[in-house]
Design a binder for this molecule. Structure first.
Ligand code: SIN
Length: 311
């Protein structure tokens, strides 16, 4: 890859190749990342198929499957196969399934901010952010409301050697101050910070804003890949730097990490399920479907404390 001005141009082979296991086969979504898993139902995977699905996930970073027959209970059982459930830092969950988080905007709701509308990695302000997230499309607009992901390994690898060396020892401050400020700015939509669009919130604001310091260059515990751990929502500072210094660097890195060559974009259908490795990619939802209802159910897996290059 080469870097010209702020644009990355791919000059290497298509590396998001199909995954072909005994039971799991994929079709790549974009040259950067993403893969469609074909011909399986998530709730019916045996251990061998589940193990292959995990390998496919580390390879593609985001997987999706169409036409999944999945109740909230099935989604929970599937998610738990990756490990302990993650912390839901935003909501109390569905009434009968507190570990299943609703992502909802009603047709009549108009809002400048939506859940997941900025480039982010899920709940990065936690000490142990989710490793894997699972999102099930329940009620999907006929058009609009796509989700886009970006490969943070490619983002890291396409930086210059000097920049990579400079970033390696740094710790990024991940905190939710922008999210909380955004909610306060659009008070009428958020019902005094208790609601975002149609999602009832349950926030520990102080803890979310305090956040955590994580390695800016993150090592993946399974693949050993190094990725750039900077997003546009939670990355608010750098340990040891004042904001005058950290802000331009974080803005550059956010802009760099969200270029189109690193991206894949999913058009949802009802009963589509997306699974992503939250440690190694960014994502955002599009807020372009006013007049239509959009409901998805999200579950997450508890991640490890983010690892640095020296762990
Ligand atoms: C999320 O950020 O987890 C939600 C993404 C979406 O609604 O597409």
């Amino acid at each position: 890859m080469s870097l010209e001005t702020n644009q990355v141009h791919l000059d290497q082979p298509y590396r998001n190749t199909p995954f072909s296991g005994k039971k799991i086969k994929t079709l790549p979504l974009a040259s950067s990342m993403g893969g469609e898993v074909l011909d399986v139902q998530l709730k019916d995977l045996d251990d061998e198929a589940f193990d292959e699905l995990k390998q496919a996930l580390w390879h593609h970073k985001m997987l999706f499957l169409r036409k999944q027959d999945l109740t909230p209970g099935d989604q929970l059982e599937f998610t738990k196969r990756f490990g302990e459930l993650g912390t839901d830092a935003y909501t109390k969950g569905l009434p009968d399934f507190p570990d299943v988080q609703p992502v909802l905007k009603e047709a009549a709701t108009k809002s400048k901010i939506i859940f997941g509308g900025g480039h982010h990695t899920d709940s990065a302000f936690l000490e142990c952010p989710p490793s894997v997230s699972v999102l099930h499309g329940v009620d999907i607009p006929p058009y609009g409301g796509d989700t886009i992901w970006y490969n943070s390994v490619m983002a890291y690898e396409s930086l210059s050697p000097a920049m990579r060396e400079m970033l390696k020892p740094l710790k990024v401050h991940m905190g939710a101050e922008r999210v909380i400020a955004g909610m306060r700015d659009s008070m009428e939509q958020t019902n005094n910070g208790k609601q975002m669009t149609d999602i009832e919130l349950d926030l520990d604001v102080e803890k979310m804003v305090k956040g955590s310091f994580h390695p800016m260059v993150r090592k993946h515990p399974e693949s050993g890949e190094l990725s750039l751990y900077v997003d546009g929502v939670y990355a608010v500072g750098i340990e040891g730097m004042d904001r005058r210094e950290s802000k331009p660097l974080l803005e550059f890195l956010h802009g760099h990490a969200t270029q189109e060559f690193f991206a894949c974009r999913l058009r949802w259908e009802a009963d589509t399920v997306a699974i992503w490795d939250n440690r190694i990619c960014l994502h955002r939802a599009f807020n372009d479907y006013d007049g239509f209802r959009r409901e998805l159910h999200r579950t997450t897996v508890m991640g490890e404390r983010p690892m640095s290059i020296s762990d």
